[in-house]
Design a protein around this ligand. Structure first.
Ligand SMILES: [Zn+2]
Length: 62
């Protein structure tokens, strides 16, 4: 399935597996290409990444 990225306007391909994945989770199909989603994820991870590091630290000490 060919989609057009909402963010950069590039065409990107959604595989059947990906479509199934989103449907099974009850999510709407992504409107952005992988690159833009990666950029957006990195922005989000800058906050939650710290939390992840602390949980990893707790695990190693325990
Ligand atoms: Zn894009």
């Amino acid at each position: 399935m060919i989609c057009q990225c909402k963010q950069c306007g590039k065409k990107f391909n959604l595989t059947e597996g990906e479509i199934e994945f989103y449907k099974s989770k009850g999510l709407s199909l992504p409107k952005r290409c992988k690159e833009c989603r990666k950029i957006n994820n990195n922005k989000n991870n800058s906050v939650s990444g710290k939390r992840l590091q602390t949980t990893l630290l707790l695990k190693t000490t325990g």
